[in-house]
Design a protein around this ligand. Structure first.
Ligand code: ASP
Length: 314
């Protein structure tokens, strides 16, 4: 009898445990205030749709890798954000995109940088991870590879919207939109992270930021957490921000919240490096931290918790 009860208890715990998933997204950090976001509702709706795409996958037992890829694809196709369609323009008026993805279970990772014609750079990043022995392909090499594996190729003008062209013409740096990213824990206990961006507005031809660099803009490791970053990429590269969060948890036993806050408040802020981090840990706890006026961010988990925020102190 006692054994039977114990078995039932064990099965219940297993079932509850198995349902644990969590997904967090960002749509960039920057000068995002109520005042300069009149189209707030449109952004909230886009973040909500992105959450439901990811949650649908995780709820049905799909992998965190599929969830982060599909969510980032949606955000790349959405012209509101600085990734894929609607991305910011370079100094010479073109779009150059960077993206990466990492699997926390295998520690395999893939990235593309400086691509000008791949419709969904995050999917190209995943293909680099799964179909080559490499981590990163750049520019024409990445394009040739994407064509070869049958990914959708578009002309550079596809990425340029009326709004991104106007922003470029006005050189409104402060008005720049955000990079996109997604981190997830699936019900199998696997973590994944993905990030995609057009980079910094008016960047130099050939400049690559932190987003496609594993350990800087993106990192996932089942031992600790999955991380995606947004902000002034040069600071994120110099400080290995995403790996930094993982290392603080692994070697210093910091909690996820402590680790993300430490990197923002004690590493980036003193250097005047601006931006934000989203992260989820292996137990399904989530965290976000930023030192800008706002960050487009949202989360959903298996306990029915769902948050969509964009301003500071919401
Ligand atoms: N981190 C990106 C980059 O430096 C830009 C951003 O997140 O806004 O390329």
């Amino acid at each position: 009898m006692k054994n039977c009860l114990l078995l039932i208890l064990f099965l219940i715990t297993l079932a509850l445990d198995a349902q644990n998933y969590c997904l967090v997204i960002h749509g960039g950090a920057g000068n995002i205030t109520r005042q300069n976001t009149p189209d707030e509702l449109i952004y909230r709706n886009a973040l909500d749709t992105a959450l439901s795409i990811g949650e649908h996958i995780l709820k049905n037992g799909g992998s965190s890798l599929d969830a982060v890829e599909q969510v980032v694809r949606y955000l790349e196709d959405c012209p509101l954000f600085n990734a894929g369609k609607g991305a910011v323009l370079t100094e010479d008026g073109k779009v150059e995109l960077d993206a990466s993805i990492m699997d926390g279970k295998t520690l395999l990772a893939g990235a593309v940088a400086g691509v000008t014609d791949i419709k969904n750079p995050v999917t190209a990043a995943r293909a680099v991870m799964e179909k080559t022995p490499h981590v990163m392909l750049v520019r024409e090499g990445a394009s040739a590879f994407a064509r070869k594996v049958g990914l959708e190729i578009v002309p550079n003008e596809y990425f340029i919207t009326k709004e991104s062209r106007e922003r470029y013409e006005k050189l409104k740096n402060a008005d720049k939109k955000g990079t996109v990213g997604c981190v997830a824990l699936d019900i199998h206990g696997n973590l994944a992270a993905a990030t995609s961006t057009g980079g910094m507005m008016m960047k130099k031809y050939g400049r690559v930021g932190d987003s496609p660099i594993i350990g800087a803009g993106t990192y996932a490791n089942n031992q600790t957490c999955a991380v995606s970053c947004t902000g002034h990429g040069e600071f994120f590269i110099r400080n290995s921000v995403a790996f930094h969060v993982h290392a603080l948890m692994l070697y210093k036993q910091l909690s996820l919240k402590e680790a993300t806050s430490f990197v923002i408040d004690s590493v980036l802020t003193p250097q005047k490096g601006t931006g934000g981090i989203i992260a989820v840990d292996k137990n399904g706890s989530y965290s976000w931290s930023f030192n800008t006026k706002g960050m487009f961010r949202a989360m959903v988990n298996a306990n029915g918790q769902k948050i969509i925020e964009m301003f500071d102190n919401e």
